[in-house]
Design a protein around this ligand. Structure first.
Ligand code: KG4
Ligand code: ZN
Length: 364
């Protein structure tokens, strides 16, 4: 394969973004198109699976066409078709997978099945190769999104070992649920992130129960319940109702608009909640990294966008480099799927055309 660049057309549709990308040699993103369904699901405060599949069906053909056009390439000149096979919503996965199979069949190009979680890890590996020093292995990967909060050891040749995971809610899910409870929009992570710097992070003290069994597992449901108790103990109905009413009129309020509708005690709650989540994530990630003397820490997934998390990781002065993807590669996209597929193409690891979508696929 040396010499001629290898191009992969990648498709991602596991949740609520329809995405396609063309990636060259596992590191150069020639195009990355993401059609977000935020407006559709925002009204419901979460992803509605039936609506998601319908939106994917509408978007998949134009999104793939656009990705090929932006990359100035055609189906006939890509070397492989990569697609997310799981985990995710089965109805959403099916749309991307079925289309990818059809493209593979029609073009005679091999199909490569990619695990969505591995994609998030590769979003960082891709960028590091291109813009800074390559990630030294073994590395610890913290994959933290709306669906996952997982710690993996990443070994040579991209072999993975699971070290810990959430026993209940994912961290992003906790952000989304707390935001919904308080009358903010969906997804909650970016909203809480933008409001937290305006609140006193020591206003509310949250305590975490010690984990029985694996000390590297996470649990966020207790924190969510503590927020609920805090809200129930105060007369907050009117404040929350005002935000909900505002949201019905303005689907995506600005930070200034939210600030005008959020008094200091609530800002303090949000800041304290965010700080508690960040402390949990970084404490366990550091312990996991130490357990096998990791050479690097990779933090990926939607929650990796969080500015407080990025700042805290920097301030922690960890004894190894910490890598975050740029914001565009943090949330769901297809470039990361194309990057994860590259070593599989080199190994000839192809999928049969009858491969099924796997909603609960694990990485290790
Ligand atoms: O990776 P992603 O796009 O989709 C999943 O695979 O889940 O992650 C979406 C999740 C949502 O829960 C969203 O609230 C969270 O990532 N998120 C954030 C931020 N941006 C997105 N959480 C905290 N701070 C952010 N800035
Ligand atoms: Zn994701």
């Amino acid at each position: 394969m040396a010499g001629k660049p290898v191009r992969i057309l990648a498709i991602e549709s596991s949740c609520d973004e329809t995405a396609a990308a063309v990636v060259e040699d596992g590191e150069t993103v020639l195009s990355s198109v993401v059609a977000s369904q935020l407006i559709t699901h925002g009204k419901y405060g979460g992803v509605v699976p039936e609506l998601a599949s319908r939106e994917h069906l509408r978007a998949i053909v134009p999104v793939v066409r656009e990705a090929l056009e932006i990359a100035h390439t055609t189906l006939g000149s890509v070397d492989a078709i990569a697609v997310t096979v799981g985990p995710g919503l089965v109805g959403s996965l099916l749309v991307g997978l079925t289309y990818a199979k059809s493209l593979s069949f029609a073009s005679g190009r091999p199909l490569i099945a990619v695990n969505h979680i591995e994609g998030h890890i590769h979003s960082v590996i891709l960028e590091a190769r291109r813009v800074s020093t390559p990630v030294a292995l073994p590395a610890l990967a913290l994959v933290v999104s709306g669906g996952h909060t997982h710690l993996f050891e990443v070994r040579e040749n991209f072999a993975y070992r699971l070290l810990g995971k959430t026993r209940d809610d994912a961290a992003g899910e906790a952000f989304d649920k707390v935001a919904k409870l308080l009358g903010f929009g969906y997804p909650g992570g970016p909203i809480i992130d933008s409001l937290a710097p305006h609140g006193d992070a020591s206003a509310v003290r949250f305590t975490f129960a010690r984990m029985k069994g694996n000390a590297l597992d996470f649990s966020f449901s207790g924190l969510k319940t503590a927020v609920l108790r805090w809200v129930e103990a105060r007369p907050m109905e009117a404040e929350i109702a005002v935000r909900r009413a505002f949201l019905r009129q303005h689907p995506q309020p600005s930070t200034e608009e939210w600030l005008a509708l959020t008094p200091p005690p609530t800002l303090g709650l949000l800041a304290s909640f965010q700080r508690a989540v960040i402390t949990e994530l970084l404490t366990r990630a550091a312990a996991a990294a130490e357990s096998f003397r990791a050479h690097a820490l990779i933090i990926a997934g939607g929650v990796a966008c969080n500015t407080g998390l990025r700042a805290a990781a920097k301030l922690a002065h960890l004894p190894y480099p910490v890598y975050f993807p740029s914001p565009g590669l943090s949330t769901d996209n297809a470039a990361m799927i194309g990057a994860a597929a590259f070593p599989k193409l080199a190994r000839g690891e192809f999928a049969a055309l009858d491969i099924a979508a796997q909603a609960n696929l694990t990485l290790a």
